[in-house]
Design a protein around this ligand. Structure first.
Ligand code: ACO
Length: 439
C-alpha cells in the first residue's frame, strides 16, 4: 500500500489550507476536516455519507473491495469454521477478545440470571394490538426497559453486566413480541437452555407442550446471529452512535437501532427477499423477466438482497449463508423451491452487465431468509432475528462513544435550500398558503 502523505492541501479562493491525514490500522486513509469550517468557512456536503468517516472504531474491519469482514481482527470465515457460538462472538465484539472458559461460564450465568422481565413489563405486551408488528414492539419494549432501571456503566464489571442484561432481555422481549402478536401466552425462559435454544423455547413452546430445538436448527441460528453481530457504521449502528452521543443510555440507543434496522433497504431486506422469491414462484415469472423488470427500474423494483454500500464484491456473509442454507436443508431433508429460485437469480444477475457494471453482488439478506424459513421462523420475525444478532455490535458501538473523553454530540450541518427571510403579514393579508392543494 502506498504511503499516505501527512497532510493534504486544499486551495479555496486563492488560499491553501492544510489538513491532517489519518491512517487506520489496515491502511485506510482519511482527511481530517475537523478544522475545515473554522479555517475556510466551508463545510463538506456528502448526502447519505458514502465518503464520510463518522468515527474511529476498533470493533469491526471491512474491506468492501476484497470482501473482507473481521470482528476485532478475527475473519468471520474462521469464526464460522470453528463454530464459534453467538454468545462467544458477542463477548468478542463487546469486550475485545474471545472469552476464556471462566469468562464464558460467567457470561452464560449472567445471561440466565437476567433473562426474565419485570412482571410489570409483561403487562405491556397485552396492551399492543393483536398482529402488532414485532419490530415495533421490540423497539418500544427495549426503550421501556429504561423505565425500570437505567443501565449505569462506570467500570468494566458494570459494563459487562449491563451488556448481558440487554442481550438477555432482548431475547425474552423478542419471543414475547412474537407470542403477543399471535395471541399466545408468554413463555418464561428455562435455566437449562443455551441462548439460542432458550429463544426458540420461548417462541415455540406452549404451556402444554415444550418445543425442543434440534442441533441443526440451533447451529444454523447460532451462525445466523454470529454473522450479524456487527457491521461497522451501517444505518442502525450509526443511529445508535448518534443517540449515544447525546449521552442517552444504552437501552434507549439500542431501541433507536431497532427502528433504523426495520427499513427494507437495511434489515427489512431479509423479509423483502423472501417476498420477492415467493412472488416469482407464485406468479410463475421467469428469472430473466424479473431481472429485466428491475433493470428498467419498473415500479422501483430492485433485486432485494443484492447490492451494498460498502461491498463491491461478494458479501462474505452471503457466501457462508449460502453454504449453510444448502447444508441445513439437506440435513433436515427438506426442499425449498425458493432456494432454487434464489440460486437461479444469483447466477443470472452475476452474469448480467447491469449488475457487473454496478458491482452488485448478493448481500447477507439474500440467503438468510431461506435459513430462517427452514428453522420455522415466521416472516414478520425475520428482522427481529437480525436485531437480536446485531445487539452486541450496537452495545460495543454505544460503549466506544460512551468511553471517548473527546466525544462531542453528533451534530452534522446542512446546506439550507429553503426560503430566504420573509416578511411577516397579518393573517387577513396573507395569500393562500396552499394554493394548489385542491387542484
Ligand atoms: N437491484 C437493482 N439495482 C440496484 C440494486 C439492486 N438491489 N442496488 C443498487 N442498484 C443500482 C441503483 O439503482 C444504482 O443504479 P444507477 O447507477 O443506474 O442509478 C446503482 O445500482 C448504485 O446503487 P445505489 O442505490 O447508489 O447504492 P447504495 O449504496 O445507495 O444502496 C443498497 C445500497 C441500499 C443496499 C442498495 O443496493 C439496495 O437497495 N439493495 C436492495 C436492498 C437490500 O438488499 N438491502 C440490504 C443491504 S445489507 C444490510 O443492510 C443488512
Amino acid at each position: 500500500m502506498e504511503d499516505a502523505p501527512e497532510v493534504v492541501r486544499l486551495e479555496i479562493e486563492g488560499t491553501v489550507h492544510e489538513f491532517r491525514v489519518i491512517v487506520g490500522s489496515q491502511g485506510e486513509k482519511a482527511i481530517d476536516i475537523s478544522s475545515l469550517r473554522d479555517s475556510t468557512g466551508y463545510i463538506t456536503l456528502d448526502d447519505s455519507y458514502a465518503n464520510t468517516g463518522s468515527c474511529q472504531s476498533g470493533i469491526t474491519y471491512i474491506d468492501g473491495e476484497k470482501g473482507i469482514l473481521r470482528y476485532r481482527g478475527y475473519p468471520i470465515e474462521k469464526l464460522a469454521a470453528e463454530k464459534t457460538s453467538f454468545v462467544e462472538t458477542a463477548w468478542l465484539v463487546m469486550f475485545g477478545s474471545l472469552p476464556d472458559t471462566a469468562e464464558r461460564q460467567w457470561f452464560t450465568e449472567l445471561l440466565m440470571e437476567n433473562a426474565a422481565l419485570h412482571h410489570d413489563m409483561d403487562q405491556h405486551f397485552y396492551a399492543f394490538p393483536a398482529n402488532g408488528h414485532p419490530m415495533a414492539i421490540l423497539s418500544s419494549m427495549i426503550n421501556a426497559l429504561s423505565t425500570h432501571s437505567r443501565p449505569r456503566v462506570h467500570d468494566r464489571e458494570s459494563y459487562i453486566i449491563a451488556a448481558a442484561r440487554l442481550m438477555a432481555k432482548v431475547r425474552t422481549i423478542a419471543a414475547a413480541a412474537y407470542k403477543s402478536s399471535i395471541g399466545e401466552p408468554l413463555i418464561y425462559p428455562r435455566s437449562d437452555l443455551k441462548y439460542v435454544a432458550n429463544l426458540l423455547h420461548m417462541m415455540f413452546s406452549v404451556p402444554y407442550k415444550n418445543y425442543e430445538a434440534s442441533k441443526e436448527v440451533s447451529r444454523a441460528l447460532n451462525l445466523f446471529f454470529m454473522l450479524h453481530a456487527d457491521h461497522e457504521q451501517n444505518c442502525s449502528t450509526s443511529t445508535v452512535r448518534m443517540v449515544a452521543s447525546s449521552q442517552a443510555n444504552m437501552y434507549t440507543a439500542c431501541s433507536a437501532g431497532v427502528a433504523a434496522l426495520w427499513g427494507p433497504l437495511h434489515g427489512g431486506a431479509n423479509v423483502a427477499v423472501v417476498q420477492m422469491l415467493s412472488d416469482i414462484r407464485k406468479n410463475d415469472l421467469s428469472v430473466g423477466d424479473y431481472i429485466k423488470k428491475e433493470k428498467n427500474k419498473e415500479d422501483g423494483v430492485k433485486l432485494m438482497g443484492f447490492g451494498h454500500r460498502v461491498y463491491k464484491q461478494f458479501d462474505p456473509r452471503a457466501k457462508i449463508l449460502k453454504g449453510a442454507a444448502d447444508q441445513l436443508l439437506t440435513s433436515m431433508h427438506i426442499t425449498d423451491p425458493t432456494l432454487d429460485i434464489a440460486r437461479e437469480l444469483e447466477q443470472a444477475a452475476l452474469a448480467d452487465d447491469y449488475f457487473i457494471e454496478r458491482k452488485l453482488y448478493p448481500n447477507v439478506d439474500f440467503y438468510s431468509g431461506v435459513i430462517l424459513r427452514a428453522v420455522g421462523i415466521p416472516l414478520n420475525m425475520f428482522t427481529v432475528m437480525f436485531s437480536i444478532g446485531r445487539v452486541p455490535g450496537w452495545i460495543a458501538n454505544w460503549k466506544e462513544v460512551h468511553d471517548n473523553p473527546a466525544q462531542r454530540i453528533y451534530r452534522p450541518r446542512q446546506i439550507y435550500t429553503g426560503a430566504v427571510e420573509q416578511q411577516w403579514l397579518p393573517r387577513n393579508d396573507r395569500p393562500p398558503s396552499l394554493p394548489d392543494m385542491w387542484d
